[in-house]
Write a protein that binds this ligand. Sequence first.
Ligand code: DON
Length: 579
Amino acid sequence: MALKRRIFGLFIIIFLLVQWVCFTSDEEKAVQGKNGVVVSVDQYASQIGIDILKKGGNAVDAAVAVGFALAVTYPAAGNIGGGGFMIIRFPDTRESVAIDFREMAPAGATPNMYLDEKGKYERTKSYLGHLAVGVPGTVKGFELAMQKYGKLPWEDVIAPAIELAENGFVLNKRRAKALNDLKQLKKIPKDFEVALSKSKEFFRIFSKPDGSEFAEEDVFVQKDLAESLKLIADQGSEAFYEGKIAELIARDMEKHGGLITNDDLARYEAFMREPVKGNYRGYEIISMPLPSSGGTILIEMLNVLEGFELGKMERYGQEALHVISETMKFAYLDRAKYMGDELFDDIPVKRLISKEHAQSIRENIDLNRTIPSAEIGKDILTIEEAEETTHYSIIDKDGIAVATTYTLNGGFGSFVIAEGTGIILNNEMADFNMKPGYTDDKGLIGTEPNLIAPYKRMLSSMTPTIIVKNGKIVMITGSPGGRTIINTVLNVIINVIDFNMNIQEAVNGYRINHEWMPDILRVEKEGILEEVIDSLKSMGHKIKTTRSQGDAHSIFIDLKTGIYYGAADKRSSGSAIGY
Ligand code: DON
């Protein structure tokens, strides 16, 4: 009897131990897959991606299906009325490509279009309403990706999104809250009110007819969007750029003082681009070239950090944080000074990603004190971008990897939906430099390369990235977060390469951000010990905390076992699915 009791007791202890281990390590555990993994912000979208893979689609089919699905289920950032970037890597040919479907300025855009008669920048105009909208790129970008690399028919990758828009999807707590929060927008300053008065269609669609609050478990239906998606499924991108949708967008623009015309839409093209590439401690970094600053600045920062023995430092200790923060500061100064659409200006990308340039930055980093941003460049500053955009990572059974980051810019973009389309339009024009020649320390930047011009693409920070070792794909990553994006991606990469974290730990790990200007080192709340903060302050750092930085849904591939590990970012309770 006693023995039985003892065995039973032992069994209970083992059971509890197993439970405890499973429970406590869950947060740090990535989802596994042998045949494919999809990691995105949304469970519907990730499931759709997996279904497409199981149906015989490849990672590109899945990426496009996920992109269309997010336009329905994650309307704050998922989109067909915005733009973005996709990096694809093929394991057999070892070829990597970048697809640029960034928005462009319409023909009528001018460098001074957001200044009032006195030359003052009118921020609201560039953020809300019809004038804030750039010519969208997503539909052309997805079509280009499918034409070049997709295996399934175009309609098949849009069908799941049509179903979700037509019959609705169940709101979770976060999505219901995001929709309810939209009401707050109406209680804001006068100029916002004026801008939002043009957003009737938006508020009609994103409110309940009886004015009540959205609740968790509500089914959210978007009939107009379903119709637009059907047109795109039937007619391809032509429906959006030259057909009925183009007509409706151009009409709405004309009615409400926007600039986008039929001709602007018809002219829009998505481009294949050569990714920007660098090497970091034996890993090849493949990322987004211009018109994103993301890949270039990421590689510049990694080049600088390569000269420091990061792996021997405490991850969240004073030494590492100082070096990383200074690196960010110098690289973001270059971003602000030199970067913009290369079709309009010569941008010194080659120099910026050279090891020599990194060496010259290292020589300027003082290990004992922080160098004030104003001391290294007196001529620039950047605008706070809203924290909405979304990134997703996919790998399929053949090892084709896709990193996609796309956006409306601010959450819900410009708050404009052209009547009859159900499509939220972006406010990407706000990514241009607003006031020519004028840069202050509050967020305005006026350097030449990113000034507004007709058909120009506004500078982005989106950094979809694929990392390769000895020719084999080991990691797929990227993030939202405006200008913080490049730093978020940097944080994740060094967590894996220098600090030996598994992908889930690397994604969960606390992040820091320095953008040159404002001259502030931002750290995620509670991430760093008080005494470390104090010692950084004594070196001159101005430190602020932020609740959360980025949302880096990432994948890691174990080259020994071939197992894929998908890590959803805990910050957004995203969804990683493998099979
Ligand atoms: O292209 C860019 O860099 C910005 N429009 C992205 C905005 C963004 O990430 C907002 N998000 N969280």
